[in-house]
Structures are given as C-alpha cells and as structure tokens.
Design a protein around this ligand. Structure first.
Ligand SMILES: [Zn+2]
Length: 264
C-alpha cells in the first residue's frame, strides 16, 4: 500500500495535493453523497498517484468523477487505485487533442507513462455544457484557449481550479501552435478576471504553484497581463520585472515565446 499523500484543505470541501515535480497540484472536491469526490488533474509519478488514492481511502473518499483541465501530459495521468470505472471528463477540444496527440504526449510523459498511470479514453464534455455532469457541488466550466487547446478552469465550492494559469511560479506559457497565442492567452485572463471579480471564488488553485486568496490571485493576473504586454510589444523583460523569470527553464521558455511572437 502506498504512503498516503498530504492533502491541504484550501476551502471547506476542497483538498489539494502537491507533487514534487513542477509543484503540480491535484484537486479533490468532496460532497457527492457519502464519500464521493471529484478529482482534478491527478499527478504525477506512479507513486504519487497511488499515494493520492491512499490519501482518499484514509479519509473515506472515493473518486466518482474526474476532470482534466487541458491536454498536457502532466494533467492527464491516472492510476487503477483511483478507480477503474471513473468517468474522466475534458472539454471536447481537449479530448480531441489528447486523442490525436496520444503518441506525442506519451513520449513527453516518458517514464510516467509506463505502467498503470497512462490514461485510457476521456469523455468529451459537450460544447454547450456549462457545468460538469456530476452531482456534487456545482462545478462551472470556464473555457478558453490560453495555454492549450480546450483549456478549462473549474469554479467549484468557492475555488477556482485554474489549470495552467495564474501560477506564482510559472510565467504565462502560450500555445505556440495556435494562430494567435497572445490574443488567446489575453482572452483566457479576461475570463478568469471575470470569475475572480464575481462572488463565487475565495481561493485560487493553480495547476503549478501555490494556492492563493482572491487578492493574491488578482495580483497574479495583473503580473500575467504585464508579462503578456511586454511580450507582445517586444520589450525586454527579466527577473527584475518578473521574478518568475529567474528560473532557468522559464527563462528559456520566455526566449522561445519572444522569438515566436516576433516572427508573427
Ligand atoms: Zn500545461
């Protein structure tokens, strides 16, 4: 039996586990009858996935539904101990992308795709579905194309489960395969700003990094807008303007984005 992982309750009924690599979060939303829960972006190593299953079992929880925020390998993993028959949802666009790019995603996942954690098919959420079809606390789906095709955040139980947006550690990472990645990202931020201005959110859970209250979430959003504006204007930007760029990996991603935006 795997060692149960730590789960932090960020608002009542919303628990977050944080994986070692990329500070990747997985979110658990309780409240479907006795012990049923929704699992968002389970991650990351096989041991961590088994540990997540053990943590749920320890609390008398079992996954009855799952959601993947976007079609990147570190957000679509699974483990049999989490349940064999759990419906796993993604937006129709994200599900289509995962199907088409399965081989590529599997190569990117490397050792994490071996064994039991590589996923089977996802259930495509109809484009007109405003909420996840589960009977726990209402989970509103906020779609945009900011970071990956068919990206969606969930607004559920007072939390904004944002996927790969609004991170304290990562700069905005654009979908450079899109026709207008900067515009897509800006639109994504606008959608999230609207959610954060509304009454439904007390806490933000980013896909990588640390959960934050609403004020800090708005600060992150402003920082992301500043980064995006500098990128679009071709202005040089470094760790003095955006401390997240002190990370060598993100600095490299930034250079790649800056070059890609320039040639458009
Ligand atoms: Zn991602």
């Amino acid at each position: 039996m795997a060692t149960a992982r730590r789960l932090d309750e960020v608002v009542p009924g919303v628990l977050v586990a944080t994986a070692a690599r990329y500070t990747t979060t997985s979110t658990v939303v309780t409240g479907f009858g006795a012990g049923g829960c929704l699992l968002v972006d389970p991650a990351l190593t096989t041991d961590e996935l088994a540990g997540l299953a053990a943590a749920l079992a320890d609390r008398g929880l079992r996954a009855v539904a799952a959601f993947t925020t976007h079609p990147h390998w570190d957000h679509l993993l699974w483990h049999p101990a989490l349940g064999e028959e759990v419906p796993r949802w993604a937006t129709a666009r994200a599900a289509g992308s995962m199907r088409r790019k399965n081989t590529e995603l599997r190569a990117e996942a490397g050792e994490h795709a071996t064994g039991p954690s590589w996923p089977g098919a996802f259930a495509a959420l109809p484009d007109d579905a405003t909420h996840l079809p589960w009977e726990g606390p209402p989970a509103r789906v906020v779609r945009h194309e900011g970071h990956a095709p068919g990206h969606a955040a969930l607004v559920v139980a007072g939390a904004l489960v944002a996927g790969d947006m609004l991170s304290d550690l990562e700069i905005p990472l654009l979908d450079l395969d899109a026709v207008d990645p900067v515009e897509d990202y800006a639109t994504g931020l606008d959608r999230l700003a609207e959610v954060l201005r509304g009454p439904d959110v007390r806490v933000l859970v980013p896909g990588h990094g640390h959960p934050a209250g609403r004020e800090e979430a708005l600060d992150r959003l402003a920082a992301d807008r500043r980064y995006l504006e500098a990128l679009a204007a071709g202005r040089s930007i470094g760790p003095e303007q955006d401390p997240r760029l002190a990370d060598p990996w993100l600095h490299g991603e930034h250079e790649r984005q800056a070059a890609a935006v320039l040639v458009r």
